[in-house]
Ligand binder design. Structure first.
Ligand SMILES: O=P(O)(O)O[C@@H]1C[C@H](O)[C@@H](CO)O1
Length: 954
């Protein structure tokens, strides 16, 4: 076993420890079937067959893409097309005790054969709740029984919620429809490949999946791209599977555009809008989002899948990437919530309000806009019924979202199933008499399926935990079919004695219809040295994969979470790709996925010349549509040997050059070197272990200003090179030491020198020391710098209290907060007003006055350009016009990071030179001048900072 495999095992070990054997799951189940004694014959004898409904199972092979986080694997599933043959007049109705026992028995038998630990079911008919129930164990650790309120994550079912939300938002907007080009809704350009797509793509195209673009959901799974970069950069290189509007091609990644459209239409985030417009209105109380608050929800059913035949909990971190496709697959809800949803859809926008205390006469505002117009013939009773069924959304708003229209031809992935006026996102199939709408969803460890017979006002919802794939699909389809047959007084063609056998047959057929895995065997030696494969390989849509030799192994990194080992195979230049560690470990190793393997990566060189090193790597595992080909990138923008070693512990990000023709400049943005919370915590703890002080004050010293460190008493000094994740200062005037001790009696941590973006560090790396300080306990950050004076009234040697900043680098896409947001540091969208704490600024002014600094103490706006060149004259004039008083090459990334992390910030610039603002001037800015001035005036700056530290109440 390799080192990497060992580490993968140890990461997975706790999860295994938590889980019980499957058998135990069933033994632990809390809900036993009620009155299970009756046999099916008691309920419905064979004689009734002719006279009742019966469903005919038609098995059709159809290819469906798996949803979001399962990786991009394509699975061929058996679609069970249910044909309901109706005897006219038969009506849905409630169940007898015997029927309940029959249903329970059936469900539990399915659970046993499909190894489902927890399942919830809800059945509605004609606006009434027929049955809601939870089965099995929702949480094997706490042994919590499943109930109707247990929360399951629904995966792609989320698209139905999104679709209804948009219908509602659009109904409030006179000028926009589902067919308005997205760019007219979002007010910005949309970047998509191919003719007309970017100009014409609309909400309908995305919701009904007819853009023809490859799903690329691995991007979300591996968490390496943020939404804006996805929209600006990656999507414009999305591989085309078919022409625009030609065929149905499963795609969830484009829902990130839908999310933005919702924000543009509703003026709020998709999450908030969904709660306000849908969940709160319907009284869906248990809703959570899989990547956000689901893990804190104590009603959440633990996601489970099997590993070597045993149940193992899926780590919640595996869902991190769902943020990117939230509008497509992130909602979690309970069966009782889904009862409300089904009633809402089946009743054309109403909610059961029978518990409400409102009175139509006393609370007219409550009903305003919701009630259908009353006509003269309305009776009192009808009035009351209306109150009981409150119209929460106009019927016509829902009209196009959930009506079964033309069926999608069986076995076909062609668009005709989503006819032009049809915006609903469900898979609609036809029966002899009824069309039914069904929408399924899955995430690792979760499965769900809703089936609605809209004409009959009947619906069933099933959700469960456990493995996905063919067996799960068979399980949920069979349960819904059985329940609907019972509801419609049909005679289910399969019962609890035969269901396991049927499920086995369906699963086998599916597996047989799946493409056979390529036959290769693992080899110990590749045909060429491992070094030949090393490098950064780039796909402009998917981003970068990094391939490195690690001892005797070849490793592939993709995004924050995707870490794989490449094992040489019996085919030349072909490697078996196997997830190595971390939350996505399951993607190639859990039973469900292993059965489809081996997953391969094919290296190739353009000239087919065995003497040449590979130039591309093709990874079919990343996409079910078109295998992405990554081409070797000549040089990584920032790469030192030291960094590779140092940031091994850090998650490496996809690095994609983001060419932004912004008003200011064109920059290359690299998103490597985010360090994880754990890496930073480790560094913070290690630093604290070297000192008895627990500083709440942090100080960053700018060019030539590090002498302040000499005033720190009882100090220890740690060179940055001894703190593995810290960037090393390479500029004269920046010592590169972390000093901890006391200043004016207060514990402080002081950075004697900093690093800058122009030194070649990704701006995210500049955030590392600030976040480390935060995790050491620092609450107030002092940031100092040397800056060029722009304000004509400033003189060399002035001290400028920073009132605010202009992040010119940010305009060009350089910002340390770019990348996935770790909520433990701060919020996704941190406010930046009062970035420089007003109280601290006032304190500085007061103390400055007392110290006699008034004549050279200023307050002004700092602007940051990246450097390393000093500004041109025109740039200086522009900065002056923008309202900047001084300019430099640092500080802003640190302040953004500190504010994001909730720290208070005080900033001060020493004006070391005046920027050159005349075209014919012979004056030249120089770093020597900067350092010289620093030497002369740094004492005043030190005195002011020290006085402030003394006066702080920390
Ligand atoms: O680190 P700071 O911002 O104090 O340093 C400034 C900007 C450049 O690094 C350098 C130019 O002389 O001084």
């Amino acid at each position: 076993m390799s080192e990497a495999q060992r580490s993968a095992q140890s990461i997975f070990a706790p999860a295994q420890g938590l889980a019980n054997d499957w058998l135990e799951f069933f033994n632990a189940r809390a809900v036993q079937p009620a009155a299970a004694a009756a046999t099916e014959d008691d309920v419905r004898g064979p004689g009734q067959l002719d006279n009742s409904l019966h469903s005919v199972l038609t098995i059709t092979t159809m290819t469906l893409a798996t949803s979001g986080a399962k990786g991009a694997a394509m699975v061929t599933l058996l679609l069970v097309a249910m044909t309901v043959v109706c005897v006219p007049g038969a009506q849905p109705r409630s169940f007898t005790q015997t029927e309940i026992a029959q249903l329970d028995r059936f469900v539990m038998e399915v659970m046993r054969c499909a190894r489902i630990p927890a399942l919830s079911l809800s059945l509605v008919s004609d606006d009434d709740v027929v049955y809601e129930k939870g089965y099995g164990t929702a949480n094997p650790t706490t042994r919590t029984p499943t109930t109707k309120d247990t929360v399951f994550c629904l995966g792609s079912f989320t698209q139905s919620f999104t679709s209804v939300l948009l219908a509602d938002l659009l109904s409030r907007n006179e000028n926009k429809t589902f067919e308005t080009p997205l760019r007219d809704i979002m007010g910005s350009r949309i970047h998509l490949p191919g003719h007309y797509r970017a100009d014409l793509v609309n909400l309908k195209d995305i919701l009904s999946m007819r853009t023809g673009l490859s799903n690329m959901d691995i991007i979300a799974t591996a968490v390496g791209v943020n939404r804006y970069r996805l929209m600006e950069q990656n999507l414009r290189f999305a591989p085309e599977v078919t022409s625009f509007r030609e065929s149905y091609v499963f795609n969830e990644i484009l829902f990130s555009l839908v999310e933005e459209a919702a924000r543009a239409l509703g003026g709020n985030t998709w999450y908030r809008l969904l709660r306000q417009h849908v969940f709160n209105r319907l009284g869906m109380e248990n809703v959570a989002f899989v990547h956000m608050d689901a893990k804190e929800n104590n009603k959440l059913a633990s996601p489970v899948h099997s590993l070597n035949g045993k149940p193992v909990q899926v780590p919640m971190d595996a869902y991190k990437g769902q943020e990117l496709v939230a509008a497509a697959s992130s909602v979690c809800a309970s069966a009782s919530d889904m009862t409300r949803w089904m009633q809402f859809i089946l009743s054309g926008g109403k909610k059961d309000d029978s518990q409400a205390k409102y009175s139509l006469t006393k609370d007219p505002e409550h009903f305003a806009g919701h009630l259908a117009p009353r006509d003269a013939s309305t009776t009192r009773r009808e009035e009351i019924m209306r109150v009981r069924r409150l119209q929460v959304m106009r019927r016509d708003v829902l009209q196009n979202t959930f009506q079964p229209v033309q069926p999608r031809p069986r076995g076909s992935t062609r668009l005709t199933g989503f006819s032009q006026p049809d915006i609903q996102v469900s898979y609609t199939r036809e029966s002899n008499r009824y069309a039914f709408v069904s929408q399924e969803g899955s995430l690792p460890g979760y499965e769900s399926l809703i089936t609605l017979l809209v004409d009959r006002k009947a619906g069933v919802f099933t959700a469960f935990t456990g493995d996905g794939g063919a067996r799960a699909y068979a399980a949920k389809t069979l349960i819904n079919t059985f329940a609907l047959d019972m509801l419609l007084q049909g005679n289910p063609w399969v019962d609890s004695t035969s269901v396991c056998h049927v499920m086995d047959t369906m699963t086998d057929m599916t597996r047989r219809s799946e493409p056979h895995p390529t036959r290769v065997s693992a080899m110990s030696e590749p045909i060429r040295p491992l070094e030949d494969y090393e490098g950064t390989y780039r796909h402009y849509g998917y981003g970068d994969v990094f391939i490195r030799r690690n001892g005797s192994e070849l490793h592939l990194e993709y995004g924050e979470l995707g870490r794989y080992i490449l094992t040489p195979s019996s085919r030349n230049d072909t490697f078996i790709i196997q997830a190595n560690s971390g939350p996505l470990w399951y993607t190639t190793n859990a039973d469900e996925y292993r059965s489809k393997g081996p997953y391969l990566a094919f290296f190739d060189n353009r000239y087919n010349d065995p003497e040449r090193r590979p130039e591309t790597v093709t990874i079919p595992f990343f996409s079910s549509d078109i295998a992405p080909v990554f081409s070797k990138h000549p040089v990584r923008p920032v790469e030192s040997e030291q960094e590779d070693v140092e940031c091994d512990a850090c998650a490496n990000f996809i690095s994609v050059p983001l060419i932004l023709t912004a008003a200011m400049s064109t920059m290359v943005v690299s998103l490597r070197n985010h360090c994880t919370y754990d890496d930073l915590k480790k560094a913070a703890d290690s630093i604290l272990s070297k000192t008895k002080y627990r500083p709440k004050i942090g100080i960053i010293c700018g060019s030539g200003l590090g002498h302040l460190g000499e005033l720190v008493e009882d100090r220890i000094a740690i060179p940055y090179k001894d703190i593995p994740i810290f960037p090393i200062s390479t500029v004269p005037g920046h010592e590169g030491k972390l000093i901890i001790g006391t200043l004016e009696g207060k514990a402080v941590v002081l950075m004697q020198g900093r690093s800058h973006t122009y030194e070649g560090y990704p701006t995210q790396k500049i955030a590392v020391p600030v976040r480390t300080m935060k995790l050491m306990g620092v609450e107030i950050l002092f940031v100092t710098n040397a800056a060029g004076g722009i304000n004509p009234g400033y003189a060399v040697g002035d001290l400028m209290i920073i009132k605010d900043h202009i992040n010119i680098a940010g305009f060009a896409g350089i910002n340390p907060l770019i990348g996935p947001n770790d909520d433990r540091f701060g919020v996704r969208f941190p406010p930046m007003s009062n970035a420089y704490d007003i109280e601290l600024r006032n304190l500085a002014k007061k103390l400055g006055k007392e110290m006699g600094f008034e004549s050279f103490l200023r307050e002004g706006v700092y602007s940051m350009l990246v450097g390393p060149n000093f500004e041109t004259v025109s740039e200086c004039l522009l900065l002056r016009k923008l309202g900047s008083d001084a300019t430099g090459m640092s500080t802003v990334p640190e302040v953004l990071t500190a504010k994001h992390a909730g720290m208070r910030v005080f900033g001060m610039s020493l004006i070391t030179n005046k920027v050159v603002s005349e075209y014919d001037s012979e004056v030249m800015a120089s770093h020597e001048e900067v350092l010289e001035t620093g030497k002369k005036r740094s004492e005043d700056l030190q005195a002011l900072v020290s006085a402030m530290v003394k006066n702080l109440k920390v």
